[in-house]
Design a protein around this ligand. Structure first.
Ligand code: FE2
Ligand code: FE2
Length: 261
């Protein structure tokens, strides 16, 4: 089973790149299942219900989010109606929605689990390590193929979670930094790993935003709106080939597709 996992999708350039690249891959039969992080899909801030529908229609099987999950307030009600959109599983008790889902596909069951890190992140998230242990109980019926999105700032925390889950899940991939790392690997017990998938969106500014207002904020501290950048649009992520019988990763291929205008 070939599973494409896509890094943080930013604004309309990111959504267009996702639709184009994933549409082509689906058409050519190059991918069986697609997970997309879309926490910045709505102009860089969160995601709305209609945009989630658009991304699912464009080829995502499951959408993961992160610390920007609630930036658009309509998601609070929408997420209760759409289980394919995940908020972090270690969100505080009382948050709507779910942090994992099992999807039955022609190739077998695929479970996607989303957690947020705690190093340099908001303090209201519970421990991601204890959360994954609670969710991944052997009798939970999640199937063999399990993908974990660790949405976190610190590389150490992501690597530690990858090692913690080695042999228990098919892939652990990082999101949130918007900068793709080059450490894709299959860990000793068969789990695919990449510290950060990168960003699906415009790369000519700063993490998907236009350069000038970000620079102004750094230099002067004065507020200015951060619009989504426009140039050097790419889809970034990881393509993992998984043995559906065992859940073990067989192959990892880092993806960086430039999308011409
Ligand atoms: Fe992000
Ligand atoms: Fe984030």
């Amino acid at each position: 089973m070939r599973i494409l996992i896509v890094g943080d999708m930013v604004g309309s350039p990111g959504r267009a790149a996702f639709a184009r690249v994933v549409g082509q891959m689906r058409q050519k039969g190059e991918v069986d299942f697609v997970v997309a992080n879309a926490e910045n899909a709505a102009g860089g801030r969160g995601i709305t219900g209609p945009l989630a529908r658009e991304i699912l229609d464009a080829g995502a099987d499951v959408i993961t989010l992160g610390d920007h999950a609630w930036d658009q307030k309509d998601l609070v009600t929408f997420i209760e109606k759409e289980p394919r959109v995940l908020r972090p599983a270690n969100s505080a008790p009382g948050c709507p929605g779910r942090g994992w889902i099992s999807v039955d596909t022609p190739g077998g069951r695929v479970t996607v689990l989303s957690v947020v890190g705690r190093v340099f992140m908001a303090p209201h998230f519970d421990c991601p390590f204890r959360t994954v242990d609670q969710v991944l109980k052997p009798d939970a019926g999640l199937g063999k193929v399990i993908i974990v999105d660790i949405h976190a700032e610190a590389t150490s925390e992501k690597i530690a979670l990858g090692r913690h889950l080695d042999g228990r899940v098919s892939a652990v991939v990082g999101t949130h930094t918007h900068v793709q790392t080059s450490d894709e690997t299959i860990l000793p017990k068969g789990t695919a790993y990449l510290t950060d998938l990168g960003m699906t969106g415009p790369h000519d500014g700063v993490l998907g935003r236009e350069l000038a207002p970000v620079l102004k904020r750094f230099i002067t501290g004065l507020p200015s709106p951060f619009d989504v950048a426009t140039g050097d649009v790419r889809l970034e992520g990881l393509l993992v080939t998984v043995d559906a019988e065992t859940g073990r990763a067989q192959k990892v291929k880092r993806v960086r597709e430039r999308v011409e205008k």
